[in-house]
Write a protein that binds this ligand. Structure first.
Ligand code: 13P
Length: 251
């Protein structure tokens, strides 16, 4: 199978992990990664500025794990997408399954946050994925299609043209259980076909990355699939050396 000319994209989702010292160690340990891979770090909001200042100039770009819908106002504890831009972030993870499941983010809220990211000039990394029961019932593709439709209905299909889509089967997140390369490829191809059907301009340039227990040991076989353009990495991204290895595997 031949790989597409799309640039590989590998992002780290640190989730709620890290300390000021870990950030310094990360910068010290970070090895060189081939320039043809887009590498993005999404630390917790509180460390974004520090991460950016110690890792700037290493060919890495930065993102946040969530944003508010509103640009400003009386929303205690929230962070606006515009603030992420102000801190030097270029990406925002939107609709992660943990936000959907633990913080009640509905498809409508996710679409609002997708729009907020675009409004602030950030590139959304839109997460979609089914839970285990849905996969067992053969409904995985329908679930993912519904999640994509919610964003396309609210924001318009053309708005997906510049974004990154992360297929993260919920049953594979943090469980050590990865979708097989064939299972992931099948869903990635279905997502791409849907984008083409919906008339998303240049659908072939939209990167569709896989997330769910990606490690240095399994990255290569996932990236060998024609429609897997990279990864959104959780646990394994907390170790600079392992995360860099995953980035290198995508080159
Ligand atoms: P793990 O890599 O820890 O399974 O997490 C995946 C994920 O949720 C990335 O957003």
């Amino acid at each position: 199978m031949t790989k597409s000319p799309r640039r590989a994209f590998v992002a780290a989702n640190w989730k709620m992990h890290g300390t000021r010292w870990m950030v310094l160690d990360y910068a010290t340990d970070w090895p060189e990664v081939p320039a043809e891979v887009d590498v993005v770090l999404c630390p917790p909001w509180g460390y974004l500025d520090r991460v950016r200042s110690v890792l700037d100039g290493k060919g890495i770009r930065f993102g946040v794990q969530h944003t508010a819908i509103e640009p400003r106002g009386a929303f205690t504890g929230e962070h606006a997408a515009e603030m992420a831009g102000d801190l030097g972030a270029a990406f925002a993870i939107v609709g992660h399954s943990e936000r959907r499941r633990l913080f009640g983010e509905t498809d409508e809220v996710v679409a609002g946050k997708f729009a907020a990211a675009l409004r602030a000039g950030l590139t959304p990394i839109l997460c979609v994925g089914e839970v285990l029961d849905e996969r067992r019932q053969g409904a995985a593709e329908t679930v993912v299609a519904t999640q994509l439709d919610a964003v396309m209905d609210q924001c318009g299909a053309p708005m997906l043209a510049g974004c990154v889509i992360a297929y993260e089967p919920v049953w594979a997140i943090g469980t050590g259980e990865t979708a097989t390369p064939a299972e992931a490829q099948e869903m990635h191809a279905a997502i791409r076909a849907k984008l083409v059907r919906e008339g998303v301009e240049l659908a072939d340039t939209v990167r569709i990355v896989y997330g769910g227990s990606v490690k240095a040991t399994n990255a290569q076989e996932l990236f060998a699939e024609p429609d897997i353009d990279g990864a959104l990495v959780g646990g394994a991204s907390l170790d600079a050396v392992e995360f860099a290895e995953i980035c290198c595997a995508a080159a």
